[in-house]
Design a binder for this molecule. Structure first.
Ligand code: FES
Length: 205
């Protein structure tokens, strides 16, 4: 089904989110966050639906969705692989790590595999620097990542019916980050995009 095929698009998930927040426009960011969790990205028909139900101009909803780096308006895979490129991870091989994943999945940063299973992204410090280099898949953090570990993680997540990883840290890691660290919240927190910090005003205008 084409995602733009509004006639057959499944709006039930976004409708549940809207219901949860009583279609209150003051909850727009939370509505977008929960909606992205439900669809794994923010399809255009969903943004239009949110605008309609909150009685907001579509441009306002689109502005908010593009202002925060954590929102994706591009279709993403079932599993999101995030390579940390913060200072500690960069010094301990994040470039190598990113290159190895690109090679194994045959995709570049920001791309999704043809089978729509994996999307590859980079993020700033995940708050688990002692485990550098760090890889996060869905919400699970893997530290001291090796080639074998990358293969294992990818193979495990290829399994049919495998649900997105949850939990904070891979058990093989030598040191666990604080469960309340940025790592465990990285996918939930709405942060402005880098270009927004350089001068673009907030989504409120
Ligand atoms: S720099 Fe990667 S976790 Fe801090």
């Amino acid at each position: 089904m084409a995602v733009t095929d509004v006639e057959t698009f499944d709006f039930s998930k976004v409708d549940r989110v809207l219901e949860k927040y009583n279609s209150e426009k003051s909850w727009l960011v939370m509505i977008l966050q929960d909606t992205q969790t439900a669809y794994n990205w923010l399809p255009q028909p969903v943004l239009d639906r949110i605008a309609e139900k909150l009685d907001l101009p579509a441009s306002r909803v689109y502005n908010v969705a593009t202002f925060y780096a954590s929102f994706s308006l591009k279709e993403r895979g079932r599993h999101i692989l995030r390579v940390c490129d913060g200072t500690a991870c960069h010094l301990r091989g994040s470039t190598w790590l990113l290159g190895e994943i690109r090679r194994q999945l045959d995709i570049d940063e920001g791309e999704t595999t043809k089978d729509r299973l994996f999307t590859l992204e980079t993020v700033a410090c995940l708050g688990a620097c002692a485990l550098a280099p760090v890889l996060m898949i869905d919400t699970k953090v893997y530290g001291h990542v090796s080639i074998e570990k990358i293969k294992d993680v990818i193979a495990a997540n290829r399994a049919p019916g495998r649900k997105p990883d949850t939990g904070s840290t891979d058990g093989s890691a030598a040191q666990k980050p604080d469960s309340s660290s940025r790592a465990s919240r990285a996918t939930e927190k709405a942060r402005p995009r880098k270009d927004a910090k350089r001068g673009r005003r907030g989504p409120g205008g």
